[in-house]
Every structure is written in C-alpha cells, then in structure tokens.
Design a protein around this ligand. Structure first.
Ligand SMILES: CC(C)(COP(=O)(O)OP(=O)(O)OC[C@H]1O[C@@H](n2cnc3c(N)ncnc32)[C@H](O)[C@@H]1OP(=O)(O)O)[C@@H](O)C(=O)NCCC(=O)NCCS
Length: 246
C-alpha cells in the first residue's frame, strides 16, 4: 500500500524580528516548550509559567538590540502569524560579550530570571545548583570547542506546535547556514532531545559526549522512588562552513 503523500505547505517567510514582536515570540517559545521536561521541572504550575513569561519578555526587551544577537521570526505567508522564532548569536567578535548567559541554553533562560521564578516553587539551593551545573557545562563546551574564535551559536529555535513538521525549523536553520557559510565560520548548538533529530536531518554532527542529567538526582522527592523523571540529554553539535568548492 502506498504511503499517502505528505501535505505541502507554503514556505515560511523568514526575517529579522522587531521589538513589537517580542510578546508573540515569547508566546511561541513557551508554547513550544510546554512539554519540555526541564521546563516542567522549573515551572510546574500555570502561575509559575505565567510569571516566567513576564520575566522572559523583560529579558528580551532588555537585550533585543545587542549587536551579537540575530533574532529571527518565521511568518505564515497567508495569515502573517509568527509560527517560529530563532536566536542566533555571533560569538568571538569584538562586540560579543565574554560570557553570555542570556539565551545561552537551548530552551530555558539560565540566569537570575530562572532562579527568581523558581524560588517560589521549589528549594532554592536545588534549583540554583541544577541551573549552575547546566550553565557551567555549556560554557565549558563552547570554550573548549571555539577557543574564542568567531562562530555562530544557535541559542534558541522554537516552532509553534500547531506548525511543526512543515519545514519551518529547517528554514530557520538554513538561514543560519547561509550566514555562517558566507562568513566562513563554524556553527555550534546544544540540542534538546526534541531538537536533535532535526539537526541531524540537516547535517549537523554530534561532537563530544552528550550531557546527561539524571533528573531523579535533582527533582525534589524523586530520589528513592521512580517518579518518572528519567534522564534529560543535551547533545553538543557542530556544523562546519561550506565553501564554494566543498
Ligand atoms: C525541534 C523543532 C524546532 C522542530 O521544528 P519543526 O518546524 O517542526 O522542524 P521541521 O518541520 O523543519 O523538521 C524537519 C525534519 O526534522 C526532523 N524532526 C523534526 N521534529 C522532529 C521530531 N519531533 N521527531 C523526530 N524528527 C523530527 C524530521 O526529520 C523532520 O522531517 P519530516 O517532518 O519530513 O519527518 C520543534 O519541534 C520545537 O520547537 N520543539 C520544541 C522546542 C525545542 O526542543 N527546540 C529545539 C531546541 S535545541
């Protein structure tokens, strides 16, 4: 029996986001992250998620004009709705911050924002130490692989769940590939378990050993009983630039 043909969707319009887009971008981000295990760990209630959304909007507004950030939106050609968002960072440039924890993680904001929202719902020391642990591991990876040389880093890629599996994430990545190829620079990212198949699909390679976080070691009350937390894996990935003759 033949497999039914996959429906064809019009290609998204990819362009730089504008400041006015911030609330919609954050809406897409949080909708895409709704089933993320780490998000659930940090923000288990609607109330905590809504507090977090406000903080993320503020963080976005404070950082939006930084020259090393390339904030993209994908727009549905028919409805003009924002269907996906991506944040690429230019790292190793003169204007790039030395250590940049804003938008550092693939999916969660790791800095005071996270901690301040979390304090309300769980033990501060436990949450802070997981936050710090992840942040340190990410930074070690970037430092050891890039050695401060110029590179592009994908800090966030989120497609609204209603628009997933239509090629929008791929289009966002292709934008970055073109940018990196023209600049002749490598690109790095740290993939969530959900993002990993997409990056493999478009040619990114795993480098280094994945970061494995046994959530039962971190989640309050999980030790000594299987609370279904499981192991969360981050994959370190690299894409080398393509030259005209490669
Ligand atoms: C990961 C994510 C950005 C993918 O966006 P998308 O717009 O659906 O991606 P695409 O439609 O371009 O996917 C292209 C290919 O990647 C692979 N892929 C994408 N999502 C996949 C999934 N959930 N499971 C398995 N393969 C997947 C498939 O090969 C897919 O091709 P196919 O649909 O023809 O099978 C989206 O699922 C998302 O926002 N997830 C939650 C947030 C997140 O984890 N972001 C990544 C942070 S590193």
């Amino acid at each position: 029996m033949r497999t039914p043909a996959r429906p064809r969707f019009p290609p998204p319009i990819i362009k730089f986001a504008e400041r006015d887009d911030i609330p919609e971008l954050v809406g897409v981000w949080l909708a895409a992250e709704r089933t993320n295990l780490l998000m659930f760990y940090h923000f288990p209630t609607e109330e905590s998620r809504s507090e977090y959304a406000k903080e993320v909007i503020k963080q976005f507004e404070d950082n939006f004009d930084k020259p090393h950030l390339l904030v993209l939106k994908a727009v549905d050609p028919e409805t003009k709705q924002i269907t996906a968002m991506a944040v690429w960072q230019k790292r190793g440039y003169k204007f790039s911050p030395q250590s940049d924890d804003i938008f550092a993680a693939a999916g969660i904001v790791l800095n005071g924002t996270l901690t301040s929202s979390c304090d309300k719902i769980t033990s501060k020391s436990v949450t802070q130490s997981l936050e710090r642990y992840i942040e340190t591991q990410f930074e070690q990876f970037l430092v050891s692989w890039s050695r401060d040389s110029k590179h592009l880093y994908l800090a966030l890629l989120m497609t609204d769940p209603k628009f997933q599996r239509r090629g929008i994430g791929t289009a966002m990545l292709e934008w970055g590939h073109k940018y990196a190829d023209e600049a002749g620079i490598p690109a790095f990212l740290i993939a969530s378990p959900v993002g990993h198949p997409l990056y493999q699909h478009v040619g990114w390679k795993d480098v280094d050993t994945p970061l494995q976080i046994d959530m039962s070691q971190w989640a309050a009350g999980a030790q000594g009983g299987d609370m279904g937390w499981g192991v969360y894996k981050y994959y370190y990935m690299l894409r080398m630039p393509k030259t005209a003759d490669s």
